[in-house]
Design a protein around this ligand. Structure first.
Ligand code: AMP
Length: 357
């Protein structure tokens, strides 16, 4: 168990790091962040923050020297930077990053653990892409293998003809068939040093323009019927990675069972509701796991929970949401500019009475 007063290093400076740091501070730890210069909203709540590039070996060494354990809040931290850090102090194991940074690796790895993804094919070149569309058919989605998030680096292909109009991005991609899903959900689990696994309830996730818009509990009968199978896949993935901390797997609920979409080796937007809606939040349990503390209960505390993202200029009037039904809890991330399409905050509402209006 890492004693109080120890220092946790967090790679990445976004809202996930910010909420993770708040949880760590509450447990009596100090937090030092590391991320290239930019709108690092985690810096506001860190004891110290290194605004340095991922290739800055000297800064990475100085950062590591101050940290008792190092984790990440952002899965695109370059592996080279992670490799420059003391390996025995990093949690989860960097192999989780390596697996999740490439969609192709990730799908193959998940498949090996029993997951069923949508039909997919590697598309390193435009010719591969055309061949993949021929083979898998349309509609489908072309996704860059690396560095896509929130629907960025994705192009929908509605018909075979339309594939000709898609400008191939010139980097390795994956083409996958469009899944005719009824709903989407995520499995978020925490795995401790000793291999103990706890799951939060799986909310129904609704996306807009490729970005999460809301997560709602209870998730409904269809999702409820598929959670067990999805959990068992997630647990296998976690065990195969020797994972310590919070891990997320996203699924499509189809009439044919759960179809694996992707994994995130970190806390996840669809778990923000756990701050007020669960006995222990995903952020706190991640910190507990990487510090070797007893894990907290993941039980849901309310009959109804809804988390809604606040995107772009809506953040400017977000305080009016405090007057909504359902004991609204507002989280604003302190980002400098409320740009269109940018995640600025979220609001969680809870109720034991009935569905939230
Ligand atoms: P991703 O970044 O891959 O999670 O994609 C973001 C969102 O786009 C997903 O949560 C879905 O709503 C949608 N999406 C991605 N891939 C597919 C697919 N193969 N079939 C249907 N919808 C998809």
């Amino acid at each position: 168990m890492l004693p109080p007063g120890s220092t946790i290093g967090i790679l990445g400076g976004g809202q996930l790091g910010r909420m993770m740091a708040v949880a760590a501070i509450q447990l009596g730890y100090r937090v030092i962040g590391y991320s290239p210069p930019g709108d690092n909203v985690a810096a506001e709540v860190c004891t110290d923050f290194f605004a340095n590039g991922w290739g800055d070996k000297a800064a990475l060494a100085a950062f590591a020297q101050k940290c008792d354990v190092i984790t990440w809040e952002f899965e695109n931290v370059p592996l080279k930077a992670v490799e420059a850090l003391p390996q025995d102090r990093i949690a989860p194991h960097p192999r989780a990053l390596e697996t999740a940074q490439d969609r192709l690796n990730e799908k193959r790895f998940a498949e090996a653990q029993g997951a069923r993804p949508a039909p997919y094919a590697a598309a390193a070149t435009e010719a591969d892409f055309k061949a993949a569309v021929e083979r898998i058919g349309a509609p489908g989605i072309l996704k860059t293998a690396r560095e896509g998030y929130d629907g960025k680096g994705q192009w929908r292909v509605q018909s075979l003809k339309e594939a000709d109009a898609v400008r191939f991005p010139g980097k390795p991609c994956v083409y996958e068939g469009f899944v005719d899903f009824e709903a989407e959900f995520s499995v978020i689990l925490v795995r401790g040093e000793d291999g103990e696994v706890r799951y939060w309830d799986s909310p129904a996730n609704v996306h807009q323009d490729g970005m999460l818009a809301s997560s709602t509990l209870p998730a409904g009968a269809l999702i409820a019927a598929q959670v067990e199978e999805a959990r068992s896949i997630a647990a296998k993935v976690a065990a195969a990675l020797g994972y310590i901390g919070v891990l997320t797997l996203e699924f499509f609920a189809t009439s044919d069972g759960p179809v694996f979409n992707e994994m995130a080796p970190r806390v996840h937007n669809s778990g923000h509701w756990t701050i007020e809606g669960a006995a222990t939040s995903q952020f706190e349990n991640h910190i507990r796991a990487i510090c070797g503390l007893p894990l907290g209960s993941t039980d849901t505390r309310f009959a109804h929970v809804e988390m809604r993202n606040i995107v772009g200029p809506d953040a400017l009037t977000a305080h009016t949401m405090l007057a909504e039904e359902g004991e609204p809890h507002l989280h604003l991330y302190g980002k400098a500019e409320a740009k269109e399409g940018r995640k600025m905050g979220h609001v969680t509402r809870v109720s034991n009475a009935g569905p939230i209006a």
